[in-house]
Design a protein around this ligand. Structure first.
Ligand SMILES: CC(C)(COP(=O)(O)OP(=O)(O)OC[C@H]1O[C@@H](n2cnc3c(N)ncnc32)[C@H](O)[C@@H]1OP(=O)(O)O)[C@@H](O)C(=O)NCCC(=O)NCCS
Length: 173
């Protein structure tokens, strides 16, 4: 649906309603997910899809009507006993702040409940106040902090270690 906002002389803007659906992320989707990170990151995601096939994780995709992923993220069931741990949440930069992250988190929580579990957990970097505010708005409560580290690939292909401090958050479902 498209609603145009314009004055007599100028086109000013428009509001577009986009239908999306949530499904499992599949290996064939990966070429359309380059917006979510580097080649190294995507090879990590590909490995996680192997774990999804084995039932160890769920990996979700929010897709547009032409079935292209615009938000992806996983739930790992092997991190914390009795809980699903949300991780690698990412929304296409051009569509952030439209509610897709909220939809992805809610879909992930449904998957956790479908497995008979009643707790969701996640870790958010201390210097990501916007992401943390989103999780607090969705009912997640901080219960600790923990250092984390991973390899990051720069635009020139060089890989460096990213070390960070994360806030641990959880929510009863
Ligand atoms: C963090 C992230 C996953 C959140 O996804 P998102 O789609 O932007 O989140 P939402 O739109 O659901 O909610 C966030 C914002 O949108 C607003 N919002 C939510 N629903 C909305 C709607 N229907 N219409 C307009 N705004 C809305 C919220 O108030 C919030 O406000 P903010 O922009 O001031 O922060 C996404 O921004 C992202 O990929 N960031 C980069 C990677 C990252 O940091 N990942 C998280 C690792 S823990």
């Amino acid at each position: 649906m498209l609603q145009c906002v314009s004055t007599e002389d100028d086109f000013v803007g428009a509001a577009v309603t986009l239908s999306v659906r949530v499904r499992d992320l599949l290996p064939r989707d990966l070429p359309a997910c380059t917006w979510s990170g580097s080649a190294t990151h995507l090879s990590h995601v590909e490995r996680e899809l192997g774990r999804a096939a084995a039932g160890e994780v769920d990996y979700l995709a929010v897709c547009t009507p032409v079935d292209l992923p615009v938000a992806i993220g996983g739930v790992d069931y092997q991190v914390s006993e009795g809980a699903g741990t949300l991780w690698q949440l990412a929304v296409l930069p051009a569509l952030q702040s439209c509610g897709l992250g909220t939809l992805l988190v809610r879909a992930a929580e449904h998957r956790i409940r479908d497995r008979g579990l009643y707790r969701a957990e996640l870790a958010v970097e201390e210097d990501s106040p916007r992401a943390r505010a989103l999780y607090e708005r969705l009912g997640y409560v901080a219960y600790g902090r923990e250092p984390d580290a991973w390899d990051e690939e720069g635009p020139d292909g060089s890989v460096r270690r990213h070390e960070t401090m994360c806030v641990l958050m959880r929510k009863a479902l």
